[in-house]
Design a protein around this ligand. Structure first.
Ligand code: UD1
Ligand code: CA
Length: 470
């Protein structure tokens, strides 16, 4: 069976009250319309026509790189019936089944769509739609039936009080024979909204004696249409819960699934524990027996087994090896590798650096463009000065080095194996292996200075060098 898909995405989305086109609002890391495309792509349509409005460039841009998509422009937003009409030219010469979906229903399920298209073909229906039962029925179009047979759809805003009670509603998913496109011209303008409703095609087909089918397939979660920010929030919750339940089923403990943001492309292994408000984004993979404490965001990272990520840490495009610990309040920036058993502690920023096995940077450091060996101890407040305002330079810290607190390592520079750097040093020259590198002014102690100061008459000005701030 030949299949083409039409996605209606030209609507203005006024209920969103947004400068961003409705279908581009992100939902779990990708635009609403990308979710729709992901649901229809497994049906392998010959062609997918996305109907956009004349300001649809951002939608085209967001979908560039997708295969087999053509865009049709609906010049004026005159309703869903008019939107399908706008796609007709792009479908010239196509004969087969058309699957029409709204661009604002991101929770569509590919398997249900496949079943629906098969049902439509098997029953030899001219036009079919998916309906579902929901209470309350919100603003969805109500399915009208006589003796069980679908005879039409009435939109919420046009429904009588009695019709508003109907709990069977239109999902906005239709399958029709391409020959039905000719019938679009029979849709009359709805005087109240000044729109051509695609939904009217059902009544038209029934009156012409054609076979129509309304199939209840799945529930409200799948067909949730996004019209407002509340709907977007609701859809996000549905998706997050579904993903969290899948991972719990696979042995992950999730303390609060409503606040666990796990990208569909991410993966986790058994006995890992996620505290509330953890974001696992992109293609991140997390090993077994890890603990991710609250408010952390992990983007496109590979995390080994038995890793601990303490509260409020951000990790991007990096690798953290087994038994390492990161955070609280750490930032691992792209291109970093944290070795096994390493400890990256409070307020430490690591950028494009590799940190060796068992190495510790426990407090308040910046380590950028550095290669740090194994068993290194980086004291509190240590900074690699990797940037001279123009170029970036590399710092090498070999195995077993001890860097005293509050040191600066001015790159390019190497601290050799097992060397020490004295606290408070500014290191501008290489430190040879096993040496002590020290660069600070010698300390002077003025014996009895405090007593002398107390005895000084109050008016006397303090001699230079003896002043101190309060
Ligand atoms: C529509 C259906 C309703 C159904 C619901 C399911 C109609 C008249 N009503 O209502 O029966 O229960 O979807 O979610 O079809 N669009 C265009 N051009 C336009 C107008 C809309 O491309 O001129 C697109 C929108 O971008 C959107 C889709 O069509 O993706 C549906 O439009 P929307 O205004 O959201 O329709 P609903 O009121 O949700
Ligand atoms: Ca809608």
């Amino acid at each position: 069976m030949k299949l083409a898909v039409v996605i209606l995405a030209a609507g203005l989305g006024t209920r969103m009250k947004s400068a961003l086109p409705k279908v581009l609002h992100p939902l779990l890391g990708k635009p609403i319309i990308s979710h729709v495309l992901d649901a229809v792509t497994p049906l392998r349509p010959e062609k997918t026509v996305v109907v956009v409005n004349p300001h649809g460039a951002p939608v085209r841009d967001a979908l560039s790189g997708r295969e087999n998509i053509v865009f049709a422009v609906q010049k004026e937003m005159k309703g869903t019936g008019d939107a399908v009409k706008a796609a007709v030219r792009s479908l010239a010469g196509f004969q087969g089944t058309l699957l029409i979906v709204n661009g604002d229903t991101p929770l569509l399920n590919a398997d249900a769509l496949k079943r629906f298209v098969r049902l439509h073909a098997a029953r030899k229906e001219a036009i079919s739609l998916i309906s579902f039962l929901v209470d309350p029925p919100h603003e969805y179009g109500r399915i009208l039936r006589e003796h069980g047979k679908m005879v039409g759809i009435i939109e919420h805003r046009n429904a009588t009080d009695e019709q508003k009670e109907i709990r069977e509603v239109n999902s906005g998913v239709y399958a029709m024979q391409s020959s039905m496109l000719g019938m679009l011209k029979n849709i009359k303008i709805n005087p109240e909204k000044g729109e051509y409703y695609l939904t009217d095609i059902i009544g038209i087909a029934v009156r012409k004696g054609l076979r129509v089918g309304g199939h209840i397939l799945g529930g409200p979660d799948e067909y949730s249409g996004i019209n407002s920010r509340e709907d977007l929030h609701e859809a996000g919750l549905i998706l997050r819960r579904a993903i969290a339940h899948r991972w719990m089923h696979n042995g992950i403990t999730i303390l609060d699934c409503d606040s666990a943001f796990i990208d569909p492309a991410a993966s986790l292994k058994a006995d890992t524990v996620l505290y509330p408000n953890v974001h696992i984004e992109g293609t991140t993979s997390i090993g077994a027996h890890c603990t991710i404490y609250p408010n952390s965001r992990i983007i496109n990272c590979t995390i080994g087994d038995n890793v601990t990520i303490k509260d409020s840490s951000v990790l991007e495009d990096s690798v953290v090896r087994e038994h390492a610990s990161v955070g609280p309040f750490a930032h691992i920036r792209p291109g970093s590798t944290i070795g096994p058993n390493a400890k990256i502690g409070n307020f430490v920023e690591i950028k494009k650096s590799s940190i060796g096995s068992g190495t510790k940077a426990s407090h308040l450091s910046y380590i950028g463009d550095a290669e740090v060996g194994a068993g290194v101890n980086i004291g509190a407040g240590t900074i690699t000065c990797n940037y001279d305002g123009v170029s970036k330079f590399k710092t090498t810290i070999e195995d077993g080095v001890f860097i005293g607190s509050d040191s600066q390592l001015v790159a390019p520079v190497t601290v050799g194996k097992d060397a020490y750097v004295g606290a408070g040093s500014t290191i501008t020259k290489n430190v040879p292996p096993h040496a002590l590198g020290l660069s600070r002014a010698r300390q002077v102690n003025l014996e009895g200075w405090v007593e002398r100061k107390k005895r000084r008459p109050a008016k006397e000005t303090t001699p230079k060098g003896d002043s101190h701030g309060r």
